[in-house]
Design a protein around this ligand. Structure first.
Ligand SMILES: [Zn+2]
Length: 413
């Protein structure tokens, strides 16, 4: 059968994204749907209702990951999987993650509507807690499912109010009975907004990342000596905040010093006692280093770490460093990435071979099966903010690429 002319229903995709966006909608047009919150539960309930309407086989595992399977003609062959996440950042946007789940849903609806049978089964997935903003770290649902993270360790993560992950999973009734454990998957496709400015600035509609940058997280604790600001002379102070300020600029300068493809960021800082008339004696800040090259990122860290030690010593402070989280860079399947670019061309969309600076569930998935992602432009390159936006015609374009990628993979040996 020739599927060349087949397209998704862009209006139906838009309606689904908009209906989902009402759950946890914020006054400024964004969305707040933290993992395992009341809003997350309502979004899941709606999602499961939509899966049932398509007569999919629904599996909910003990991490709360939700799968909907549309059987193929050859039950012995491993399925195609596609999806993303429906949780959001605090005051996040309406597209991050959700578009990938709704896009996969639109693909399944299109297949059902046209009575299209595939050789392989097609499975849609909503991964639990991709964002990691309520329960750190990120990508926990896919991390446990792929075997990269331990389930009981994930269960014991707590939020800022001390609530346990597992207790919250039970509270929203999404601790399923199936073990969160990988099964053979032929191909995983994740459709997502770009969350950066490259596609828009180059006037392209579809991005096909060759993979995801490595992600190295550190926590830095600087300790000095508190004192009354008035009577204490400038000379001989042990000011933990001034030491940290110098260190933070070193992080900012790092990519330029190192050269190559790299970004380095301090995004979080706590200053103690945080009083205008006390010299700060304790500062905690985070460091996030990302690069395509793990070795390059580690070298950069070694360099900045020795800067930190020099600065601390010079300013009479002590320093403690924790290596919090490391995810190696994740190359995607070369053939699948090429396939995405070819399909985009066949459908008449301008495309770009790129990389992903953001982490995604596809990062863990790429370790257990051939994986690729499809990006569409983020307006103004903005994401994780309420103004996050993507043009509806681009949303439709990405879903059409996903549709044809799924069809090709689902009908191959
Ligand atoms: Zn996302």
């Amino acid at each position: 059968m020739d599927f060349k002319g087949l397209r998704v229903n862009g209006k139906r995709l838009q309606d689904s994204v908009e209906e989902m966006a009402e759950i946890g909608a914020t006054p400024n047009g964004g969305m707040q749907r933290l993992a395992l919150s009341e809003e997350d539960k309502r979004a899941r309930d709606l999602f499961v209702r939509w899966l049932k309407a398509l007569n999919l086989e629904i599996i909910i595992d003990d991490m709360g990951n939700i799968f909907g399977n549309r059987p193929g003609r050859a039950p012995g062959l491993s399925p195609i999987m596609s999806g993303s996440h429906m949780d959001s950042q605090p005051k996040g946007g309406r597209f991050d993650g959700v578009l990938g789940v709704m896009g996969a849903l639109e693909v399944l609806r299109t297949l059902c509507e046209h009575d299209i049978e595939t050789e392989r089964s097609v499975t849609i997935v909503n991964w639990t807690n991709e964002e990691g903003s309520r329960f750190a770290p990120a990508m926990v649902g896919s991390g446990v499912w792929t075997g990269a993270l331990d389930r009981d360790w994930a269960y014991d993560r707590t939020d800022i109010n001390g609530r346990r992950f597992e207790d919250e999973l039970i509270r929203i009734s999404y601790q399923g009975s199936a073990p969160a454990r990988k099964w053979p998957v032929h191909v995983y496709y994740e459709y997502h907004i770009e969350q950066g400015p490259i596609l828009e600035s180059q006037g392209k509609t579809i991005g096909a990342p060759k993979g995801i940058l490595c992600l190295h997280w550190y926590d830095v604790y600087v300790e000095g000596e508190a004192n009354q600001v008035g009577p204490t002379p400038m000379a001989g102070r042990h000011d933990a905040l001034c030491a940290s300020a110098e260190m933070i600029l070193k992080v900012n300068e790092l990519p330029q010093r190192m050269g190559g493809n790299m970004v380095a960021t301090v995004g979080e800082i706590q200053n103690y006692p945080n009083s205008r008339n006390i010299i700060p004696d304790k500062v905690h800040f985070t460091v996030d280093i990302r690069s395509w090259d793990d070795g390059h990122a580690r070298k950069a860290w070694d360099m900045v770490r020795s800067d930190f030690e020099e600065i601390a010593a010079r300013r009479g402070c002590s320093i403690k460093i924790e290596e919090t989280w490391r995810v190696e860079h994740s190359p995607f399947d070369v053939k699948l990435v090429q396939r995405i670019l070819e399909i985009a061309e066949e459908l008449g969309y301008e495309s770009l071979h790129t990389v992903s600076g953001a982490g995604h569930d596809a990062s863990y998935m790429s370790r257990v099966c051939p994986t690729a992602m499809i990006f569409v432009p983020s307006i103004g390159g903005r994401s994780h903010v309420e103004v996050e936006d993507t043009a509806w015609e681009d949303c439709e374009a990405g879903a059409n690429v996903l549709l044809h990628a799924v069809l090709q993979s689902a009908n191959e040996e």
